[in-house]
Write a protein that binds this ligand. Structure first.
Ligand SMILES: O=C(O)[C@H](O)[C@@H](O)[C@H](O)[C@H](O)COP(=O)(O)O
Length: 342
């Protein structure tokens, strides 16, 4: 079928390529003409403006936005006046589900259908397919199923769970790698929680590997260090673990195998010191939205919360709190901290 794509960054570009490989016709637009030209060179229909983009799409139009969450409303304010009754707008980025609920209700008053799609898979999606978590009206989602089926990995790429019944399999598209999760916002809600889990898993690997990395501190610290309590048993911490090999062996038959571990092992093989990374970790919002939803539901999320706060700490947002701690130690005990190494 025909699909219009707005936003041709890494995700949008690869999704268009995967759709064209699957036989779909893609009309593309981006504010960067070079991104449009690159896909036009591969067979997409390029456009130089939103107006031209909309005019090249057949009614009812299906338009996928693959944009940073912060600019979706701005783009919609230019796009929607160009659309007609029956057209469909799909937000495949990482929008907050509250925005989906609002947009779905606003757009339907103009006869425009809104679908939210949480898209997971990153830059590997072109070859592996994308896991799609979808929210919106049933009929609209069904109308778009040829697009979802092409973007998703497809049946057979992952074995079905042994206890899954034939009835359950027949009743849902989950085994194809896409799922209609519920009404407006449901797709991004499921993707939001997916990312909360992602933060927790990532933090668990990172913390575990950090314990292994410091398992040699006994070799140098027989004398008490002014900064930390002396090691009672330096002989317990005499290990120089090869982290590449540990990550590699964990990938084989262990309980903690995963794609995140595969990526971690590969990064360690490329550079065991991970020297190109400064140690600051950003967050694009979904981790904090997950915690906000958990608070509203009164659901405890200690692991996911700690993982989110770990990201804040990585950006030195705990610096003043740590100064307060040092000030108290200095006040009650005269303890003088070491200068922070530059
Ligand atoms: O499933 C995925 O492919 C990822 O979850 C992806 O969608 C993620 O949102 C961004 O890569 C960055 O997310 P953070 O900036 O929040 O880490």
């Amino acid at each position: 079928m025909q699909l219009g794509m707005v936003g041709l960054g890494r995700m949008g570009n690869y999704m268009v390529q995967r759709l064209m490989r699957g036989g779909h016709e893609c009309v593309v637009y981006d504010t960067r003409p070079e991104s449009v030209a690159a896909l036009a060179g591969l067979g997409a229909t390029g456009s130089a403006s939103l107006e031209e983009f909309v005019s090249k799409l057949s009614h009812p139009r299906a338009i996928w936005l693959m944009l940073p969450a912060a600019i979706v409303d701005k783009v919609l304010s230019s796009l929607v006046p160009l659309l007609q009754n029956g057209d469909i707008v799909i937000d495949g980025g990482n929008s907050y589900y509250h925005d989906d609920i609002r947009r779905g209700a606003e757009l339907i008053t103009k006869g425009i259908h809104y679908v939210d799609v949480g898209t997971s898979g990153g830059v590997f999606g072109l070859e592996r397919g994308y896991c799609l978590m979808i929210g919106g009206e049933k009929g609209t989602v069904e109308h778009l199923s040829p697009i979802f089926a092409t973007l998703a990995p497809g049946v057979g790429k992952t074995e079905a769970s042994p206890n899954r019944t034939a009835e359950a399999a027949a009743a849902s598209t989950a085994e194809q790698g896409y799922l209609h999760c519920g009404p407006h916002g449901a797709g991004h809600f499921v993707k939001m929680v997916h990312n909360g889990i992602e933060y927790g898993l990532m933090a668990a690997y990172a913390e575990g590997l950090n314990i292994l990395k410091h398992a040699n501190i006994g070799a140098a610290s027989h004398e008490a260090d002014a900064e930390t309590a002396p090691l009672a048993h330096p002989e317990h911490f005499q290990y120089d673990f090869n982290l590449q090999d540990v990550a590699e062996v964990w990938r084989r038959g262990s309980v903690i195998t995963s794609w995140l571990l595969d990526l971690t092992a590969d990064a360690l093989h490329a550079d065991p010191a991970l020297s190109k990374f400064a140690g600051r970790v950003s967050d694009s919002g979904e981790g904090r939205w997950t915690i906000m939803a958990a608070i509203d539901e009164s659901v405890p999320t200690p692991v996911l919360s700690a993982a989110l706060y770990g990201r804040f700490s990585s950006r030195d947002n705990d610096e003043f709190a740590n100064k307060v701690l040092s000030a108290m130690r200095a006040g009650f005990g005269g303890h003088v901290e070491k200068p922070t190494p530059k």
